[in-house]
Unconditional design. Sequence first.
Length: 361
Amino acid sequence: MSKRRIGILTSGGDCPGLNATIRGVVRSCYQLMGEDNVEIVGIADGYYGLIKDMCRVMNPSDFYGILTQGGTILGTKRTPYKMMTVVEEDEVDKVKEMKQTYNKWGLDCLLTLGGNGTHKTANLLSTEGLNVIGLPKTIDNDIWGTDVTFGFHTAVDIGTEVIDRIHTTAHSHSRVMVVEIMGNKAGWLALYTGIGGGSDIILIPEIPFTPEKVIEAVRVRAEAGKPCSVIAVAEGAMDREEALLKRKDRIKKRAEAGEVTCTSRVARLIQTGTGIETRAVVPGHMLRGGSPSAYDRILATQFGARAAKLIKLGKYGYTIAKKGRDITENKLIDIAGKARLVDSEGEMVETARSIGTSFGD
Ligand code: F6P
């Protein structure tokens, strides 16, 4: 068997499980093809590193002890897809440079670990003739064609713990606590952490809320002797009026009102609408930090093993997915540019509603 040179990069926002996935794919490649027949080329800082030729040959020892390690040993960067085909002031043709780096290093294939933007560029490179395999990462869980992405469940665990801790302090002070959960376009993380942590109200972008309904839900609880309420708000949540606006107009409108985020807006609305002392909490990037959960370590290993099988078969232009109990793959071209959003009529929303959780609608 001739030696395979496999390039690996991690792109976009980091999340727990990137290293576990790298380890999974590399170890599986060593097992399937023999350590001497595989050479791993690590590309630093995502597509930026591919453009700038920031590559190095890695040794098997580079992958020891990384199963539990948060972040990414390769480093990552956001290089927006929409800029990939735009020649900026530096006059660099990014696609051409990426192809050149790929060819210079004699890569047989390129593994791209990332979210929706990463997959769009992966598909672009695939249509340009490179052998690409994607691996679905993101705490947002919004990649089309897979039931779950690695990183999501760890973030759910962290978010749930945040909400648990917020509950006790909310209770002591008889306050309303509004917790911002990452997720700009998709509300999966807020929905799951909201259910897992027992939030009284969950606000997500897919279900635009009515401010009066949110205030009403808090007031009804207070009148029933529960002055403390915990609200999980997805970063990208919006009310019905805001939902009619373009994103940039929404941001402008909020800035004019002195409210940068939906969370701060909801907190103000509740405090003025109910008179109950209200605080906003933003765990932010804590949701993405640290060691992956057991679930994500296992999923990352399954995804990595599947990617190694595709490499052995020479089956490129795919991204790995989990559907039901199966680990499988989708064509990059079929999933690129699509996002998997929360179904407002779906089972998870119905479950939350069935226990009395309000979505403010
Ligand atoms: O895509 C993952 C994510 O964590 C989103 O939930 C969030 O909106 C965004 O990244 C934050 O990006 P950054 O780390 O660049 O601030």
